[in-house]
Ligand binder design. Structure first.
Ligand code: URP
Ligand code: ZN
Ligand code: ZN
Ligand code: ZN
Length: 486
């Protein structure tokens, strides 16, 4: 059965034009005018864009003494409703510390539940020979990116020498190191200072994680990646200090990528000063939301290309879970929602205001990250042969975001009350319509697939070549001209 998406305007990262899209099976087989098929999907008055890729989620993540409430089923379903057809979720090692076992555990949890496609990043939370060896197994299993936490002291945090060893291993394996950039030692100290001052509420979270702490760690990670000769991806960039570090590195020719979040682009630190404890605690995440000035810088970075990807870091903890931190903000599980809202919020605050072109919107919601993660053009592109992960994006559908109508499992929404100016009329995952506006029927859990990602993306190979060319070399000297030592 073939399908034709009819009469839409195609928007990709580099072009906008009127055409139909023919889908045969799971892939795009033709793009052109007046295409015929067995079934038609109406895209009149709408844009046809690649399905969104959210490269940063934490579904069912065991963290801070609890487990994130969003399941693989509800998370991928919510994503599809918002126009996102692929998530890349973070695997954390379990009690045995094994990377291989963690990936198998993630498959065990995700496979029966996922409604759309998924990939994984792996967290490196310590360093030993087993981890060194198993990083190769991870890459062989299609997981070619490794996150390093420079914060969460006493839990996930790793030290600089461990990070350097892991980055060098990433270079050998053709994998991409990622960092959570915050100076965990300083954060831990500032947290104690706040508690001693009697600042026990969620505002203490923001005070104990100032932008300088993020900027310092970003600079340090960039230096370590440069010394290791490997590209670097900095997750959840929230502030000018980290952005500045990325900008400077890129200007020097380093291959560093920055990922702001939809939350950081639209919500600010005043949320933590809300008199309602629950309201403030629901927005506790690391790094925290910042001021409007930082937001302006992040938007400019997306325009300028110094920041490439907009994610959500969707880590959904219920109000009850957040209350684990009543009386001590350091015990509030860190994380906020956004997987369903990202595309609509970014369109409304970005394209509708002129901060982003439609093509830039596509670049930062799917194409750029597909390239960085080495799955382009299978994902993130509308070209013949690509997976038919497609959204018919309707700029005439408006919606007020609310916990009362969202598809997430959460009992609140950090974007509550935000009016979005566009929504998916249809979301297709590998050719199947998994969301149709107004129908609200859920796709089959388990229909989604794990997408293995090959190692050695081109930027990695190019950087290795340059590093080899410019590496320190011994100078050959005529022994006759070397003076005798003393
Ligand atoms: O607060 C956050 N970001 N929670 C999820 C874990 C992480 O650091 O990405
Ligand atoms: Zn340390
Ligand atoms: Zn993080
Ligand atoms: Zn995260």
């Amino acid at each position: 059965m073939s399908k034709v998406i009819k009469n839409g305007t195609i928007v990709t990262a580099d072009r906008t034009w009127k055409a139909d899209v023919l889908i045969e099976g799971e892939t795009i087989s033709r793009i052109g005018e007046d295409l015929k098929g067995d079934e038609y999907i109406d895209a009149e008055g709408a844009y046809v864009i690649p399905g969104g890729i959210d490269p940063h989620t934490h579904l069912e993540m065991p963290f801070m003494g609890t487990t994130a409430a969003e399941t693989f089923e509800t998370g991928t379903w919510a994503a599809a409703c918002g126009g996102t057809t692929m998530l890349v979720d973070f695997c954390l090692p379990g009690a045995d510390g094994s990377i291989k076992n963690a990936i198998q555990e993630w498959h065990r949890k995700s496979a029966p539940q996922i409604c759309s496609d998924i990939g994984y990043h792996m967290a490196i939370t310590g360093w030993n020979e087993t981890i060194f060896n198993e990083m190769k197994d991870a890459v062989d299993m299609g997981v070619n990116s490794f996150k390093h936490f420079m914060a969460y002291k006493g839990a996930l945090m790793i030290e600089d020498d461990e990070m350097f060893a892991s980055f060098k291993r990433c270079k050998e394996l053709g994998a991409l190191p990622m960092v959570h950039a915050e100076n965990g030692d300083i954060v831990a100290d500032l947290q104690q200072e706040m508690l001693e001052k009697g600042i026990t509420g969620p505002e203490g979270h923001a005070y104990s994680r100032p932008p300088e702490v993020e900027g310092e760690a970003a600079n340090r990670a960039i230096m370590i990646a440069d010394a290791a000769g490997v590209p670097l991806y900095i997750v959840h960039v929230s502030c000018e200090q980290a952005h500045e570090a990325i900008r400077r590195a890129r200007q020097k020719g380093m291959r560093v990528y920055g990922e702001p979040l939809a939350q950081f682009l639209t919500l600010d630190e005043s949320e933590y000063f809300n008199k309602d404890w629950d309201h403030a605690a629901r927005r506790v995440m690391s790094p925290p939301f910042r001021s409007k000035e930082h937001q302006d810088g992040l938007w400019a970075g997306l325009q300028a290309g110094s920041l490439q990807v907009v994610a959500t870091d969707h880590a959904a903890f219920s109000s009850e879970q957040k209350r684990m931190g009543v009386g001590d903000f350091t015990k509030i599980p860190n994380g906020s929602n956004g997987v369903e809202e990202r595309m609509g919020v970014l369109w409304t605050a970005g394209v509708e205001t002129g901060r982003l072109t439609m093509n830039e919107f596509v670049a930062v919601t799917s194409s750029n990250v597909a390239k960085i993660l080495n799955i382009y053009p299978k994902k993130g592109a509308l070209v013949e042969g690509a997976d038919a992960d497609i959204v018919v994006w309707d700029p005439s559908i408006t919606k007020t975001i609310s916990a009362s109508n969202h598809h997430s499992i959460l009992d609140y929404n950090v974007f509550e009350g935000f009016e979005v100016k566009a929504q998916p009329r249809y979301t297709l995952s590998r050719g199947e319509v998994i969301w149709a506006w107004g129908q609200n029927s859920q796709p089959q859990p388990g229909r989604g697939r794990f997408v293995p990602r090959p190692a050695f993306p081109s930027a990695h190979t190019a950087l290795s070549k340059w590093k080899a060319l410019t590496a320190p070399k011994m100078i050959q000297r005529d022994p006759m001209n070397i003076p005798a030592g003393i």
